[in-house]
Ligand binder design. Structure first.
Ligand SMILES: CC(C)(COP(=O)(O)OP(=O)(O)OC[C@H]1O[C@@H](n2cnc3c(N)ncnc32)[C@H](O)[C@@H]1O)[C@@H](O)C(=O)NCCC(=O)NCCS
Ligand SMILES: Nc1ncnc2c1ncn2[C@@H]1O[C@H](COP(=O)(O)OP(=O)(O)OP(=O)(O)O)[C@@H](O)[C@H]1O
Length: 229
């Protein structure tokens, strides 16, 4: 089994790409979804957030007020680091559990959608491939403002909390350019899927070749021993 890391920038189109991959039957683990699960009331992360950010960070029903927490952490780097240090270990643990689940279910590869994959460089070494969902900066800004109802200044501030997409381009093994229309993105995702499936066949072919070579070597060894003795 191998892991594929999928990342991008805020509003660059990761969920859009993941929706197509899921449609094609791929196993995908979404770190943003897990980030929401691990801060549910009574969880360890929820208690720590309450302790460090105060009761004003909660909604009336006891859940985290994500909008309020977002306003704080996207404008204060030290608070962002604090939130990351609370949530990231919990997110990683849950991701690992889900990888094991997919392994047991027999999936040959799992796609991990991790927004901060390239910022957390240590993680990339566990990935056979890394896919960057790229989007040109003006389109990214416009889509973020529209999707999240933010003004230009606030949207730019959120984008600058992450490594620039241009830099992430240097690290990715595969790139999907989502600057254009949905159809163009869909075509690229289909190509990526074909490549992942092909690489699976390649792995099987290598395994079969390796087994055959070992068998032949053994036979040769027995023959030589037979003629020498
Ligand atoms: C700040 C929070 C409450 C905002 O919640 P909200 O529902 O508005 O946004 P959502 O979770 O859908 O995130 C949207 C995008 O914001 C960006 N983002 C989220 N957290 C961070 C962060 N700590 N640093 C930089 N970018 C981030 C990512 O691109 C993400 O895809 C939430 O994002 C959060 O708890 N973040 C900390 C956990 C984290 O790092 N999540 C990212 C996945 S590892
Ligand atoms: N090719 C496209 N053309 C037009 N709009 C798009 C395109 N791709 C995505 N969008 C829109 O841009 C917004 C961001 O896309 P999406 O949610 O897929 O990004 P994301 O990377 O998952 O975002 P985040 O990390 O912030 O959650 C959404 O409102 C989506 O509908």
């Amino acid at each position: 089994m191998f892991l594929v890391g999928l990342s991008g920038g805020i509003a660059s189109g990761k969920s859009t790409v993941v929706a197509v991959l899921r449609e094609l039957g791929c196993a995908v683990i979404d770190a943003d979804v897990i980030a929401r699960q691990v801060v549910q009331p009574h969880s360890k992360a929820h208690q720590q957030i309450l302790q460090h950010f105060g009761p004003e960070i909660l909604l009336e029903n006891g859940e985290i007020n994500r909008e309020a927490l977002g306003s704080i952490i996207f404008s204060q780097p030290e608070k962002r680091r604090l939130l990351n240090s609370i949530t990231h270990p919990e997110i990683l643990k849950e991701m690992l559990k889900q990888v094991l689940k997919y392994f047991v279910l027999g999936y040959r590869y799992v796609i991990l959608d991790i927004p901060l994959l390239f910022e957390t460089r240590g993680l990339t070494r566990f990935m056979k491939y890394t896919v960057l969902v790229y989007c040109d900066p003006p389109a990214q800004l416009a889509r973020l403002m529209k999707r999240s109802g933010l003004g230009a200044a606030e949207a730019e501030a959120r984008i600058s909390c992450q490594l620039p997409l241009e830099e992430k381009l240097r690290w990715a093994t595969h790139v999907i350019d989502n600057s254009g229309d949905w159809e163009s993105t869909r075509r690229q995702v289909l190509q990526l899927h074909t490549r992942l499936e092909d690489s699976l066949h390649f792995l099987w072919a290598r395994l079969a070749l390796g087994t055959a070579a070992a068998g032949l070597g053994g036979l040769l060894f027995l023959l030589i021993r037979h003629f020498i003795s």
